[in-house]
Design a protein around this ligand. Structure first.
Ligand SMILES: Cc1cc2nc3c(=O)[nH]c(=O)nc-3n(C[C@H](O)[C@H](O)[C@H](O)COP(=O)(O)OP(=O)(O)OC[C@H]3O[C@@H](n4cnc5c(N)ncnc54)[C@H](O)[C@@H]3O)c2cc1C
Length: 387
């Protein structure tokens, strides 16, 4: 019998295991993949998880900087740049770190042991604990534990096996495209690296709304630029594989002029090349079914804008680990589910503010006036910081 089985060695499962071990509980992490994933995902953490990581001695290694994190002077919301220096108690922290590096750092922690290539195939809860069926490299076996924590992502097997619903909506009709690309030098201004185009030049790291859609571009860690577009009511054949040329056409439509970028050389990859035609917004109907608990994307998937998901998931993980260590998880659902609901609401608000059309222009004018009130900026900053 082990204390806790954590399913999934993504950032949330690893954070949960690290925290459990720090608090004197023995976790075992089961991960279906044979080795750490190389798929590029998040480029950073935004919110209260950053000081949380600092408090656990992880900030310096992740940021490569000495000293503690400082509040971010600027951020964005719904396509509006925010000057957070106006706030006396700015709660927004940003830690640019690739998800792969975060995972590697967490996996290195004392007390975190990951069994790679071990897929959870069955969950049988009882009063005293949970029996987990596993398919491993040497065959099938079972494992008894006091608590089972499902950190197994959006399609969570644990959530389904525990009979926990996943209500919400899929917003269809908004096509999002992202790819790493090499922007031609002439397309950027010499100072500030702004993208030239009608109505520009446009600053990196922000969402820019035009009458035809939204685009952003940013460069993380000195690699190629990551370009993203959003287009509303666009017809797409999802059976056709995404290509860089498709993003080029999309950016030309949204920006109003073509930008002749190319795919980066494959040697430095893997790189992002994604199209999504359905924006899922779902929160688990409960975070706990007896001794089976959920955290991270297993508990919530949100078409997040501004990078709220790692913050939400990492804070789920430390909250849950603390409760397991104290032997009372009864308050976990009530403590954490409202945070996911808030992220869902703020992402829906931002998506509504970014949509094209004259009705949205009017709503944006009102929202901008709100941002200029003393309370407006503080509230938006608190939403971004999450909890
Ligand atoms: C392109 C992209 C960019 C993103 N950018 C950002 C960003 O900038 N900021 C941000 O905050 N978020 C971002 N996100 C979201 C972020 O990556 C996710 O929220 C994060 O990965 C969630 O972590 P997790 O540990 O909950 O789940 P996951 O990372 O999905 O990990 C789940 C793990 O469980 C394993 N697993 C699944 N089923 C089983 C099973 N039956 N048995 C054993 N193991 C199993 C999987 O193999 C996987 O390794 C981005 C996502 C994508 C796709």
């Amino acid at each position: 019998m082990v204390d806790v089985v954590v399913v999934g060695a993504g950032p949330v499962g690893l954070m949960c295991a690290r925290e459990l071990s720090r608090l004197g509980v023995r976790p075992v992490v089961l991960e279906a993949l044979p080795a750490p994933s190389l798929v590029p995902k998040a480029n950073g953490i935004v919110g209260r998880a950053v000081p949380m990581l600092h408090a656990r001695g992880l900030y310096a290694a992740l940021s490569g900087r000495r000293g503690g994190p400082r509040p971010a002077p600027r951020y964005m919301y719904g396509g509006f740049p925010l000057d957070l220096r106006r706030l006396p108690d700015n709660p927004v922290y940003v830690l640019p770190v690739p998800q792969r590096r975060l995972e590697a750092e967490l996996a290195r922690s004392a007390g975190v042991s990951v069994l790679w290539g071990h897929t959870v195939t069955g969950v049988s809860p009882s009063e005293a604990g949970v029996t987990v069926s596993v398919s491993g490299p040497s065959g099938a076996y079972t494992l008894d534990c006091a608590y089972l924590v499902g950190c197994d992502g959006a399609h969570s097997f644990v959530r389904k096996a525990a009979g926990i619903g996943f209500p919400g909506v899929a917003q269809d009709g908004v096509v999002s495209r992202s790819a790493h690309v090499v922007l031609p030098p002439g397309s950027l201004t010499r100072f500030g690296g702004r993208l030239r185009g009608p109505g520009g030049p446009y600053r990196p790291y922000l969402f820019h709304r035009t009458p035809r859609g939204v685009f952003s571009f940013a460069r993380f860690g000195g690699g190629p630029h990551l370009v993203t577009t959003l287009e509303w009511d666009a017809a797409v054949d999802d059976t056709v594989p995404m290509e860089v040329g498709e993003l080029r056409s999309s950016l030309a439509r949204v920006l109003g002029v073509p930008v002749g970028f190319d795919a980066p050389p494959t040697s430095g990859g893997p790189y992002v090349l994604r199209r999504s035609t359905s924006r899922q917004n779902r929160v688990a109907s409960r975070y706990a079914a007896g001794r089976v608990l959920l955290a991270g994307d297993a508990a919530h998937v949100v078409a997040g804008i501004g990078g709220p998901l790692l913050n939400l998931g990492l804070l789920d993980a430390v909250d849950l680990a603390g409760r397991i260590a104290r032997g009372d998880v009864s308050g976990y659902d009530a403590a954490r589910r409202p945070h996911a609901d808030r992220v869902l609401a703020s992402s829906a608000e931002q998506a509504a503010l970014l949509a094209p059309g004259p009705a949205v222009d009017a709503a944006r004018a009102r929202f901008l006036a709100y941002l200029h009130t003393p309370d407006g900026l503080r509230r938006v900053a608190s939403t971004i910081a999450g909890g």
